[in-house]
Design a protein around this ligand. Structure first.
Ligand SMILES: Cc1cc2nc3c(=O)[nH]c(=O)nc-3n(C[C@H](O)[C@H](O)[C@H](O)COP(=O)(O)OP(=O)(O)OC[C@H]3O[C@@H](n4cnc5c(N)ncnc54)[C@H](O)[C@@H]3O)c2cc1C
Length: 459
Protein backbone atom coordinates (compact mmCIF):
# COMPACT_ATOMS: atom_id res chain seq x y z
CA UNK A 1 0.00 0.00 0.00
CA UNK A 2 1.23 3.46 -0.89
CA UNK A 3 1.03 6.46 1.37
CA UNK A 4 -0.93 9.29 -0.25
CA UNK A 5 0.36 12.86 -0.41
CA UNK A 6 -0.58 16.03 -2.26
CA UNK A 7 3.03 16.57 -3.29
CA UNK A 8 6.40 14.77 -3.20
CA UNK A 9 9.53 16.92 -3.25
CA UNK A 10 12.61 14.84 -4.15
CA UNK A 11 15.96 16.42 -3.25
CA UNK A 12 16.64 19.13 -0.71
CA UNK A 13 18.87 21.36 -2.85
CA UNK A 14 18.18 24.99 -3.64
CA UNK A 15 14.58 24.71 -4.86
CA UNK A 16 13.15 21.80 -2.86
CA UNK A 17 13.05 23.21 0.68
CA UNK A 18 11.36 26.49 -0.26
CA UNK A 19 8.89 24.66 -2.48
CA UNK A 20 8.04 22.14 0.26
CA UNK A 21 7.50 25.00 2.71
CA UNK A 22 5.33 26.99 0.30
CA UNK A 23 3.18 23.98 -0.58
CA UNK A 24 2.75 23.01 3.04
CA UNK A 25 1.76 26.55 3.98
CA UNK A 26 -0.82 26.37 1.19
CA UNK A 27 -2.33 23.44 3.12
CA UNK A 28 -0.91 20.54 1.13
CA UNK A 29 0.25 17.26 2.65
CA UNK A 30 3.88 17.12 1.54
CA UNK A 31 6.58 14.41 1.58
CA UNK A 32 10.15 15.67 1.66
CA UNK A 33 12.75 13.18 0.35
CA UNK A 34 16.53 13.48 0.70
CA UNK A 35 19.17 10.77 0.34
CA UNK A 36 22.14 12.67 1.68
CA UNK A 37 22.76 16.07 3.30
CA UNK A 38 20.13 18.80 3.47
CA UNK A 39 21.14 21.77 1.31
CA UNK A 40 22.61 19.67 -1.51
CA UNK A 41 25.62 20.80 -3.48
CA UNK A 42 25.49 24.54 -2.78
CA UNK A 43 25.40 24.29 0.98
CA UNK A 44 27.64 21.25 1.47
CA UNK A 45 30.25 21.18 -1.29
CA UNK A 46 29.54 24.08 -3.64
CA UNK A 47 28.86 27.77 -3.12
CA UNK A 48 28.92 28.06 0.67
CA UNK A 49 32.12 26.17 1.52
CA UNK A 50 34.05 27.40 -1.52
CA UNK A 51 33.22 31.01 -0.83
CA UNK A 52 34.18 30.53 2.83
CA UNK A 53 37.51 29.10 1.66
CA UNK A 54 37.95 31.86 -0.94
CA UNK A 55 37.63 34.31 1.97
CA UNK A 56 40.40 32.50 3.91
CA UNK A 57 42.57 32.48 0.79
CA UNK A 58 41.97 36.21 0.33
CA UNK A 59 43.01 36.84 3.94
CA UNK A 60 46.25 34.89 3.34
CA UNK A 61 46.91 36.84 0.14
CA UNK A 62 46.29 40.19 1.81
CA UNK A 63 48.44 39.22 4.81
CA UNK A 64 51.33 38.54 2.43
CA UNK A 65 50.75 41.92 0.78
CA UNK A 66 50.25 43.80 4.04
CA UNK A 67 53.54 45.70 3.64
CA UNK A 68 52.18 47.32 0.46
CA UNK A 69 49.51 48.94 2.63
CA UNK A 70 51.99 50.10 5.25
CA UNK A 71 50.96 47.40 7.69
CA UNK A 72 53.74 45.52 9.46
CA UNK A 73 52.60 41.97 10.21
CA UNK A 74 55.34 40.16 12.15
CA UNK A 75 56.92 37.18 10.36
CA UNK A 76 55.77 35.30 7.29
CA UNK A 77 52.02 34.61 7.27
CA UNK A 78 51.18 30.91 7.58
CA UNK A 79 47.98 29.09 6.69
CA UNK A 80 46.60 26.63 9.25
CA UNK A 81 44.46 24.46 7.00
CA UNK A 82 42.81 22.75 9.98
CA UNK A 83 41.46 26.13 11.07
CA UNK A 84 40.48 27.09 7.53
CA UNK A 85 38.50 23.85 7.33
CA UNK A 86 36.99 24.28 10.81
CA UNK A 87 35.77 27.79 9.91
CA UNK A 88 34.30 26.52 6.63
CA UNK A 89 32.71 23.50 8.35
CA UNK A 90 31.05 25.69 10.98
CA UNK A 91 29.49 27.92 8.30
CA UNK A 92 28.25 24.90 6.33
CA UNK A 93 26.93 23.10 9.40
CA UNK A 94 24.88 26.10 10.52
CA UNK A 95 23.29 26.43 7.11
CA UNK A 96 22.59 22.70 6.76
CA UNK A 97 21.19 22.37 10.29
CA UNK A 98 18.95 25.40 9.72
CA UNK A 99 17.50 23.82 6.60
CA UNK A 100 17.07 20.42 8.20
CA UNK A 101 15.24 21.72 11.24
CA UNK A 102 13.08 23.89 8.95
CA UNK A 103 12.03 20.81 6.98
CA UNK A 104 11.55 18.47 9.94
CA UNK A 105 9.46 21.14 11.67
CA UNK A 106 7.26 21.85 8.65
CA UNK A 107 3.53 21.58 9.37
CA UNK A 108 1.87 18.82 7.38
CA UNK A 109 5.17 17.52 5.96
CA UNK A 110 6.89 14.16 6.47
CA UNK A 111 10.63 13.78 5.90
CA UNK A 112 11.91 10.55 4.28
CA UNK A 113 15.62 9.81 4.16
CA UNK A 114 16.91 7.62 1.36
CA UNK A 115 17.24 7.31 -2.38
CA UNK A 116 13.95 7.95 -4.16
CA UNK A 117 13.07 6.16 -7.38
CA UNK A 118 9.88 6.09 -9.47
CA UNK A 119 7.94 2.83 -9.43
CA UNK A 120 5.02 4.27 -11.42
CA UNK A 121 4.00 7.54 -13.11
CA UNK A 122 2.78 8.99 -9.78
CA UNK A 123 4.54 6.70 -7.35
CA UNK A 124 7.97 6.73 -5.77
CA UNK A 125 9.79 4.25 -3.56
CA UNK A 126 12.14 5.32 -0.80
CA UNK A 127 13.54 2.49 1.32
CA UNK A 128 10.64 0.20 2.11
CA UNK A 129 8.02 2.93 1.68
CA UNK A 130 5.94 3.67 -1.39
CA UNK A 131 4.60 7.22 -1.74
CA UNK A 132 1.97 8.48 -4.20
CA UNK A 133 1.06 12.00 -5.23
CA UNK A 134 -0.55 13.85 -8.11
CA UNK A 135 2.34 16.36 -8.05
CA UNK A 136 5.96 15.26 -7.94
CA UNK A 137 8.86 17.72 -7.96
CA UNK A 138 12.43 16.69 -8.82
CA UNK A 139 15.24 18.78 -7.36
CA UNK A 140 17.94 16.12 -7.55
CA UNK A 141 20.85 18.29 -8.75
CA UNK A 142 24.08 16.96 -10.18
CA UNK A 143 27.51 15.64 -9.36
CA UNK A 144 31.09 15.98 -10.63
CA UNK A 145 31.75 14.33 -13.98
CA UNK A 146 34.54 11.77 -13.78
CA UNK A 147 36.05 11.69 -17.28
CA UNK A 148 37.31 8.62 -19.09
CA UNK A 149 41.06 9.18 -18.76
CA UNK A 150 43.38 6.21 -19.32
CA UNK A 151 45.09 5.27 -16.02
CA UNK A 152 42.73 7.27 -13.79
CA UNK A 153 41.80 4.10 -11.93
CA UNK A 154 45.41 3.74 -10.72
CA UNK A 155 45.54 6.94 -8.65
CA UNK A 156 43.37 8.60 -6.01
CA UNK A 157 41.64 11.75 -7.20
CA UNK A 158 39.62 14.56 -5.65
CA UNK A 159 36.33 16.18 -6.67
CA UNK A 160 34.52 19.21 -5.28
CA UNK A 161 33.08 16.87 -2.61
CA UNK A 162 36.33 15.36 -1.31
CA UNK A 163 38.17 18.71 -1.54
CA UNK A 164 35.98 19.69 1.41
CA UNK A 165 37.79 17.14 3.64
CA UNK A 166 41.32 18.50 3.09
CA UNK A 167 42.80 19.75 6.36
CA UNK A 168 46.31 20.11 4.96
CA UNK A 169 47.89 22.04 2.12
CA UNK A 170 48.75 19.68 -0.77
CA UNK A 171 52.32 20.03 -1.98
CA UNK A 172 51.41 20.19 -5.66
CA UNK A 173 47.74 20.30 -6.65
CA UNK A 174 47.03 19.55 -10.29
CA UNK A 175 43.59 20.74 -11.35
CA UNK A 176 42.20 19.14 -14.49
CA UNK A 177 39.69 21.62 -15.91
CA UNK A 178 40.27 25.37 -16.26
CA UNK A 179 36.69 26.48 -15.85
CA UNK A 180 34.61 27.98 -13.03
CA UNK A 181 35.02 25.28 -10.35
CA UNK A 182 38.63 24.47 -11.24
CA UNK A 183 39.84 28.07 -11.21
CA UNK A 184 38.29 28.88 -7.83
CA UNK A 185 40.05 25.89 -6.23
CA UNK A 186 43.29 26.61 -8.11
CA UNK A 187 43.60 30.17 -6.87
CA UNK A 188 42.55 29.42 -3.30
CA UNK A 189 45.03 26.54 -2.90
CA UNK A 190 47.82 28.58 -4.46
CA UNK A 191 47.10 31.21 -1.82
CA UNK A 192 47.05 28.54 0.89
CA UNK A 193 50.59 27.64 -0.21
CA UNK A 194 50.31 24.75 -2.70
CA UNK A 195 52.12 24.63 -6.01
CA UNK A 196 49.22 24.59 -8.47
CA UNK A 197 49.04 23.50 -12.10
CA UNK A 198 45.84 23.87 -14.11
CA UNK A 199 45.50 21.49 -17.05
CA UNK A 200 42.95 22.63 -19.61
CA UNK A 201 41.97 20.79 -22.75
CA UNK A 202 40.96 23.94 -24.65
CA UNK A 203 43.12 26.78 -25.91
CA UNK A 204 42.21 29.07 -22.95
CA UNK A 205 40.56 28.97 -19.52
CA UNK A 206 36.81 29.63 -19.11
CA UNK A 207 36.37 29.16 -22.85
CA UNK A 208 32.67 30.15 -22.67
CA UNK A 209 33.76 33.70 -21.86
CA UNK A 210 35.14 36.28 -24.29
CA UNK A 211 38.79 35.85 -25.16
CA UNK A 212 39.90 39.06 -23.40
CA UNK A 213 38.28 37.80 -20.19
CA UNK A 214 40.10 34.46 -20.40
CA UNK A 215 43.43 36.11 -21.18
CA UNK A 216 43.20 38.57 -18.28
CA UNK A 217 42.30 35.76 -15.85
CA UNK A 218 45.23 33.71 -17.18
CA UNK A 219 47.50 36.73 -16.68
CA UNK A 220 46.63 37.39 -13.04
CA UNK A 221 46.58 33.69 -12.10
CA UNK A 222 49.99 33.36 -13.76
CA UNK A 223 51.25 36.35 -11.75
CA UNK A 224 50.33 34.45 -8.58
CA UNK A 225 52.47 31.53 -9.73
CA UNK A 226 49.77 29.19 -11.05
CA UNK A 227 51.08 27.11 -13.95
CA UNK A 228 48.68 26.79 -16.87
CA UNK A 229 48.88 23.94 -19.36
CA UNK A 230 46.52 24.60 -22.23
CA UNK A 231 45.68 22.51 -25.32
CA UNK A 232 45.93 19.32 -23.23
CA UNK A 233 43.92 17.41 -25.75
CA UNK A 234 44.64 13.89 -24.58
CA UNK A 235 45.33 13.31 -20.89
CA UNK A 236 46.65 10.03 -19.48
CA UNK A 237 47.36 9.28 -15.82
CA UNK A 238 50.25 7.30 -14.34
CA UNK A 239 50.98 6.41 -10.73
CA UNK A 240 54.41 7.53 -9.46
CA UNK A 241 56.21 6.73 -6.18
CA UNK A 242 55.51 10.22 -4.79
CA UNK A 243 52.19 10.97 -6.49
CA UNK A 244 51.23 10.79 -10.13
CA UNK A 245 52.07 12.16 -13.51
CA UNK A 246 49.79 13.24 -16.32
CA UNK A 247 50.69 12.68 -19.92
CA UNK A 248 49.54 15.70 -21.92
CA UNK A 249 49.23 15.90 -25.63
CA UNK A 250 49.96 19.61 -25.35
CA UNK A 251 51.17 22.06 -27.94
CA UNK A 252 53.07 24.04 -25.32
CA UNK A 253 55.45 22.83 -22.61
CA UNK A 254 56.82 19.44 -21.60
CA UNK A 255 54.52 16.50 -22.34
CA UNK A 256 54.23 15.44 -18.65
CA UNK A 257 53.06 17.14 -15.47
CA UNK A 258 53.73 15.62 -12.06
CA UNK A 259 51.78 16.32 -8.90
CA UNK A 260 50.89 15.05 -5.43
CA UNK A 261 47.11 15.65 -5.54
CA UNK A 262 44.74 15.51 -8.48
CA UNK A 263 41.47 17.46 -8.64
CA UNK A 264 38.98 16.69 -11.39
CA UNK A 265 36.89 19.71 -12.34
CA UNK A 266 35.77 18.99 -15.88
CA UNK A 267 32.03 19.47 -15.59
CA UNK A 268 28.86 18.16 -13.97
CA UNK A 269 26.33 15.43 -14.72
CA UNK A 270 22.69 15.42 -13.55
CA UNK A 271 21.58 12.88 -10.92
CA UNK A 272 18.93 11.43 -13.20
CA UNK A 273 20.41 8.05 -14.13
CA UNK A 274 19.01 6.15 -11.12
CA UNK A 275 15.58 7.75 -10.68
CA UNK A 276 13.44 5.30 -12.66
CA UNK A 277 12.43 8.14 -14.98
CA UNK A 278 11.47 5.74 -17.78
CA UNK A 279 8.87 4.11 -15.50
CA UNK A 280 7.34 7.55 -14.96
CA UNK A 281 7.42 8.61 -18.61
CA UNK A 282 9.83 11.44 -17.85
CA UNK A 283 12.17 12.03 -20.79
CA UNK A 284 15.76 13.25 -20.61
CA UNK A 285 18.04 14.66 -23.29
CA UNK A 286 21.23 12.93 -24.49
CA UNK A 287 23.21 14.27 -21.53
CA UNK A 288 20.65 13.11 -18.96
CA UNK A 289 19.00 16.49 -18.27
CA UNK A 290 15.25 16.24 -17.71
CA UNK A 291 13.29 17.72 -20.60
CA UNK A 292 10.98 20.50 -19.39
CA UNK A 293 8.63 23.05 -20.91
CA UNK A 294 8.70 26.78 -20.16
CA UNK A 295 6.93 26.18 -16.84
CA UNK A 296 9.39 23.39 -15.90
CA UNK A 297 6.84 20.62 -16.36
CA UNK A 298 8.34 17.37 -17.65
CA UNK A 299 6.95 14.99 -20.29
CA UNK A 300 4.85 13.54 -17.44
CA UNK A 301 2.39 16.39 -16.70
CA UNK A 302 2.32 15.47 -13.00
CA UNK A 303 6.10 15.82 -12.63
CA UNK A 304 8.21 19.00 -12.59
CA UNK A 305 12.02 19.30 -12.64
CA UNK A 306 13.79 22.18 -10.90
CA UNK A 307 17.41 23.25 -10.53
CA UNK A 308 20.53 21.79 -12.14
CA UNK A 309 18.78 18.56 -13.21
CA UNK A 310 16.74 20.37 -15.90
CA UNK A 311 19.78 21.89 -17.63
CA UNK A 312 18.18 25.36 -17.73
CA UNK A 313 20.67 26.82 -15.26
CA UNK A 314 23.65 25.70 -13.24
CA UNK A 315 23.47 28.06 -10.33
CA UNK A 316 21.83 28.41 -6.98
CA UNK A 317 19.96 31.52 -8.10
CA UNK A 318 18.56 29.71 -11.16
CA UNK A 319 17.47 26.74 -9.00
CA UNK A 320 15.77 29.11 -6.56
CA UNK A 321 14.15 30.97 -9.44
CA UNK A 322 12.81 27.61 -10.67
CA UNK A 323 11.08 27.24 -7.30
CA UNK A 324 9.56 30.73 -7.69
CA UNK A 325 8.32 29.87 -11.19
CA UNK A 326 6.75 26.54 -10.21
CA UNK A 327 5.21 27.81 -6.97
CA UNK A 328 3.96 31.01 -8.62
CA UNK A 329 2.32 29.10 -11.45
CA UNK A 330 0.75 26.43 -9.22
CA UNK A 331 -0.49 28.61 -6.41
CA UNK A 332 -1.02 32.04 -8.01
CA UNK A 333 -1.48 31.21 -11.69
CA UNK A 334 1.43 33.56 -12.32
CA UNK A 335 2.24 32.42 -15.86
CA UNK A 336 5.98 32.49 -15.18
CA UNK A 337 8.57 31.02 -17.58
CA UNK A 338 12.20 30.09 -17.17
CA UNK A 339 13.05 31.83 -20.46
CA UNK A 340 12.12 35.19 -18.87
CA UNK A 341 15.35 35.08 -16.90
CA UNK A 342 18.39 37.02 -18.04
CA UNK A 343 21.65 35.09 -17.66
CA UNK A 344 23.69 36.40 -14.75
CA UNK A 345 26.45 34.77 -12.72
CA UNK A 346 29.82 35.27 -11.09
CA UNK A 347 33.14 33.48 -11.14
CA UNK A 348 34.72 33.83 -7.71
CA UNK A 349 38.34 34.22 -8.60
CA UNK A 350 39.95 37.27 -7.03
CA UNK A 351 39.08 39.61 -8.60
CA UNK A 352 35.72 38.07 -9.49
CA UNK A 353 34.02 38.08 -12.86
CA UNK A 354 30.42 39.33 -12.90
CA UNK A 355 28.60 38.43 -16.10
CA UNK A 356 25.20 39.50 -17.34
CA UNK A 357 23.33 39.12 -20.62
CA UNK A 358 24.99 38.48 -23.95
CA UNK A 359 28.74 38.06 -24.28
CA UNK A 360 30.66 39.64 -27.15
CA UNK A 361 30.85 36.26 -28.86
CA UNK A 362 27.07 35.77 -28.60
CA UNK A 363 26.40 39.27 -29.93
CA UNK A 364 28.57 38.56 -32.97
CA UNK A 365 27.00 35.15 -33.52
CA UNK A 366 23.55 36.74 -33.49
CA UNK A 367 24.71 39.43 -35.92
CA UNK A 368 23.54 42.26 -33.64
CA UNK A 369 24.99 45.68 -34.44
CA UNK A 370 26.58 46.71 -31.17
CA UNK A 371 28.89 49.16 -29.48
CA UNK A 372 31.39 48.30 -26.77
CA UNK A 373 32.85 50.33 -23.92
CA UNK A 374 35.85 49.08 -21.95
CA UNK A 375 37.94 50.46 -19.10
CA UNK A 376 40.82 48.84 -17.21
CA UNK A 377 40.42 48.58 -13.44
CA UNK A 378 43.66 50.57 -13.16
CA UNK A 379 41.45 53.55 -14.16
CA UNK A 380 38.81 52.91 -11.51
CA UNK A 381 39.50 55.01 -8.40
CA UNK A 382 38.06 52.49 -5.96
CA UNK A 383 40.30 49.71 -7.34
CA UNK A 384 43.39 51.92 -7.18
CA UNK A 385 42.63 52.91 -3.58
CA UNK A 386 42.15 49.27 -2.62
CA UNK A 387 45.35 48.25 -4.40
CA UNK A 388 43.43 45.74 -6.52
CA UNK A 389 43.63 46.82 -10.14
CA UNK A 390 43.47 43.52 -12.05
CA UNK A 391 40.73 43.23 -14.66
CA UNK A 392 38.49 45.52 -16.66
CA UNK A 393 34.90 46.65 -17.10
CA UNK A 394 33.29 45.87 -20.45
CA UNK A 395 29.75 46.75 -21.48
CA UNK A 396 27.90 46.15 -24.76
CA UNK A 397 24.95 48.17 -26.03
CA UNK A 398 22.78 47.79 -29.13
CA UNK A 399 23.59 50.42 -31.74
CA UNK A 400 20.07 51.45 -32.77
CA UNK A 401 17.99 50.99 -29.63
CA UNK A 402 20.77 51.95 -27.16
CA UNK A 403 19.65 48.99 -25.04
CA UNK A 404 22.28 47.42 -22.79
CA UNK A 405 22.95 43.93 -24.16
CA UNK A 406 25.37 42.59 -21.60
CA UNK A 407 28.51 43.10 -19.59
CA UNK A 408 31.65 41.34 -18.41
CA UNK A 409 32.91 43.05 -15.28
CA UNK A 410 36.19 41.52 -14.17
CA UNK A 411 37.46 43.38 -11.15
CA UNK A 412 37.21 44.02 -7.45
CA UNK A 413 33.56 44.00 -6.34
CA UNK A 414 32.30 42.94 -9.78
CA UNK A 415 30.03 40.24 -8.32
CA UNK A 416 28.05 43.10 -6.75
CA UNK A 417 28.43 45.90 -9.30
CA UNK A 418 27.17 43.68 -12.13
CA UNK A 419 23.73 43.60 -10.50
CA UNK A 420 23.13 47.27 -11.28
CA UNK A 421 23.55 46.46 -14.98
CA UNK A 422 21.27 43.43 -14.53
CA UNK A 423 18.47 45.67 -13.30
CA UNK A 424 18.92 47.98 -16.29
CA UNK A 425 18.79 45.01 -18.69
CA UNK A 426 15.58 43.73 -17.06
CA UNK A 427 14.09 47.22 -17.35
CA UNK A 428 15.09 47.42 -21.03
CA UNK A 429 16.73 50.73 -20.08
CA UNK A 430 18.66 52.59 -22.78
CA UNK A 431 22.23 53.31 -21.71
CA UNK A 432 21.61 57.06 -21.99
CA UNK A 433 19.06 56.70 -19.16
CA UNK A 434 21.46 54.52 -17.12
CA UNK A 435 24.07 57.26 -17.41
CA UNK A 436 21.79 59.85 -15.76
CA UNK A 437 21.70 57.97 -12.44
CA UNK A 438 24.07 59.38 -9.83
CA UNK A 439 26.12 56.75 -8.03
CA UNK A 440 28.18 56.71 -4.82
CA UNK A 441 31.83 57.76 -4.93
CA UNK A 442 34.18 55.95 -4.66
CA UNK A 443 32.73 52.68 -5.92
CA UNK A 444 33.23 50.46 -8.93
CA UNK A 445 29.60 51.04 -9.93
CA UNK A 446 30.08 54.79 -10.33
CA UNK A 447 32.35 54.11 -13.31
CA UNK A 448 29.78 52.04 -15.22
CA UNK A 449 28.13 55.09 -16.87
CA UNK A 450 31.61 56.41 -17.73
CA UNK A 451 32.45 53.14 -19.51
CA UNK A 452 29.48 53.90 -21.76
CA UNK A 453 30.84 57.34 -22.67
CA UNK A 454 33.55 55.83 -24.85
CA UNK A 455 31.54 53.40 -26.93
CA UNK A 456 32.99 52.20 -30.20
CA UNK A 457 31.55 49.84 -32.83
CA UNK A 458 32.22 46.15 -32.27
CA UNK A 459 34.41 44.84 -35.05
C1 LIG B 1 32.43 23.78 -6.28
C2 LIG B 1 31.13 24.45 -6.68
C3 LIG B 1 30.94 25.77 -6.40
C4 LIG B 1 29.75 26.40 -6.75
N1 LIG B 1 29.61 27.73 -6.48
C5 LIG B 1 28.47 28.36 -6.83
C6 LIG B 1 28.27 29.73 -6.54
O1 LIG B 1 29.13 30.39 -5.97
N2 LIG B 1 27.10 30.31 -6.90
C7 LIG B 1 26.11 29.60 -7.54
O2 LIG B 1 25.07 30.17 -7.85
N3 LIG B 1 26.27 28.29 -7.82
C8 LIG B 1 27.41 27.66 -7.48
N4 LIG B 1 27.55 26.32 -7.74
C9 LIG B 1 26.45 25.60 -8.39
C10 LIG B 1 25.37 25.27 -7.33
O3 LIG B 1 25.93 24.55 -6.28
C11 LIG B 1 24.26 24.46 -7.98
O4 LIG B 1 23.80 25.14 -9.12
C12 LIG B 1 23.10 24.29 -7.02
O5 LIG B 1 23.50 23.61 -5.86
C13 LIG B 1 21.98 23.51 -7.72
O6 LIG B 1 21.01 23.22 -6.81
P1 LIG B 1 19.95 22.07 -7.05
O7 LIG B 1 18.87 22.41 -6.13
O8 LIG B 1 19.63 21.92 -8.48
O9 LIG B 1 20.68 20.70 -6.65
P2 LIG B 1 21.64 20.25 -5.45
O10 LIG B 1 22.05 21.41 -4.63
O11 LIG B 1 22.71 19.46 -6.07
O12 LIG B 1 20.71 19.35 -4.57
C14 LIG B 1 20.18 18.13 -5.00
C15 LIG B 1 19.80 17.28 -3.80
O13 LIG B 1 19.07 16.14 -4.23
C16 LIG B 1 19.46 15.00 -3.49
N5 LIG B 1 19.14 13.82 -4.31
C17 LIG B 1 19.63 13.50 -5.53
N6 LIG B 1 19.06 12.39 -6.01
C18 LIG B 1 18.17 11.98 -5.07
C19 LIG B 1 17.27 10.90 -4.98
N7 LIG B 1 17.13 10.02 -5.99
N8 LIG B 1 16.53 10.74 -3.86
C20 LIG B 1 16.64 11.63 -2.84
N9 LIG B 1 17.46 12.70 -2.87
C21 LIG B 1 18.21 12.88 -3.98
C22 LIG B 1 20.96 15.22 -3.29
O14 LIG B 1 21.43 14.47 -2.19
C23 LIG B 1 20.99 16.73 -3.03
O15 LIG B 1 20.83 17.02 -1.66
C24 LIG B 1 28.74 25.67 -7.39
C25 LIG B 1 28.92 24.30 -7.65
C26 LIG B 1 30.09 23.70 -7.31
C27 LIG B 1 30.27 22.23 -7.60
Amino acid sequence: MSQEFDALVIGMGQAGPSLAARLSSAGMKVAVLEEDKFGGTCVNNGCTPTKAMVASAYAAHLARRSGEYGVIAQGTPRVDMKRVKARKDAIVQKSRDGLESWMTGLKGATVYRGHARFVGPSEVQVGAEKLRAERIFLNVGGRALVPQMPGLETVPYLTNVTMMDLDFVPEHLVVVGGSYVGLEFAQMFRRFGSRVTVVEMGPRVVAREDEDVSLEIQRFLGDEGIQLRLHAECITVQKESDGFSLGLDCKDGAPRVTGTHLLLAVGRVPNTDDLGLDVAGVKTDKRGYVEVDEALRTTNPKVWALGDCNGKGAFTHTAYNDYEIVAGNLLSNAGRKHSDRIPVYALYTDPPLGRVGLSEREIKEKGIKALVGKRPMSRVARAVEKGETNGFLKIHVEQGTRRILGAALLGVGADESVQSILDAVYAGMPYSEFQRHVRIHPTVSELLPTVMEDLSPLD
